[in-house]
Design a protein around this ligand. Sequence first.
Ligand code: NAP
Length: 339
Amino acid sequence: MAVSINSVQLSLPQAIIAGFFLVLGFLYFAFQISELTRVLLSTFVTPGKPLTSFGPRGSWALITGASDGIGKQYALQLAKAGFNVVLVSRTESKLHNLSLEITSSNSDIRTEILAMDFSKNLGSDYERLAAIIKDKDIAVLINNVGQSHDLPVPYAEDPEEEVNNIIITNCIGTLRVTRLVLPGMSARKCGLILTMGSFGGLLPTPLLATYSGSKAFLQNWSTALAAEVEALGITVYFIQAYIVTSAMSKVKRSTYMFPSEKDFVKSTLAKIGNRCGSVGYAFSGTPWWSHALFAWCILTVGYPFGHFVVHQNLVMHKKIRARALKKAERMRLEAKKGT
Ligand SMILES: NC(=O)c1ccc[n+]([C@@H]2O[C@H](COP(=O)([O-])OP(=O)(O)OC[C@H]3O[C@@H](n4cnc5c(N)ncnc54)[C@H](OP(=O)(O)O)[C@@H]3O)[C@@H](O)[C@H]2O)c1
């Protein structure tokens, strides 16, 4: 028996195979359209969980890496939203100034500061932190502290100290602080644990290999934790961020692709729980709109071409390294001239 489609004669088995692929293609197309619709709604329309759902006004937020950059914005914006704040980072003077800034513009907000260096991984520091939060209802934990490489560097040439500091600060620090707040949140059956991830964890990033690996670790850890504690009423949300202006990124001027810390944190706190452009990752999101569209492109179009994408990433970071080395050499020569 033969079937005729557009005057092309097909045998019955050929027609069945053609029909099968036609249906498959249609389903794939329909899935991608519905996924893009979800991405657009989640990024531009649907609000995230309100901050008040994690604790009433006057409950506490704990922010690590709070004295600068993105962490400082979390502290300022959470205080403005009515949370008392525990601020943790290395530099006591910066924490002190931030505490003053917060209390002078929010008279009913209380602050606590703790200067500790996560890379030292000292039990005594975690004991001090535990003592500070002991009688406080920590409703929000922002796992923001993070260290990256000073400049892109081949793994084999990366000083051991930098490698260790990145892993201990980004991974061990986050695990240890989270362990301190989990019992209280579990008892209260609510809370938010928000962890700062990076596109470096989504895409293997050559010349930032240890940083990239540390964020990939946090991605899986946070997602697994989210599933474990969801039934306890705790929200765990992992932020997949592309570049944001800060000391770490060394990007000073904000653009639609590189938002300021202020705008980035504002979008994050407005989209808690929304996946936005994060395709295929549970309990994670890309709240800044251009990061969302970029993530959708990479995760949908780029993933089948993993080898090509990682190679492009290598080429890009080689160029960044070359520019950074040139700049360092120029500064060295200028300093030599000045002496
Ligand atoms: N900026 C970006 O483009 C970007 C993109 C993706 C993800 N992220 C992530 O966002 C988070 C914040 O990044 P950022 O750009 O805001 O960084 P940043 O500007 O370098 O600020 C880092 C903050 O962490 C503190 N800190 C650094 N090392 C510490 C340590 N060992 N112990 C205690 N505190 C420490 C710093 O204060 P002190 O110096 O006073 O300690 C500062 O408050 C990081 O997890 C980063 O990986 C950033």
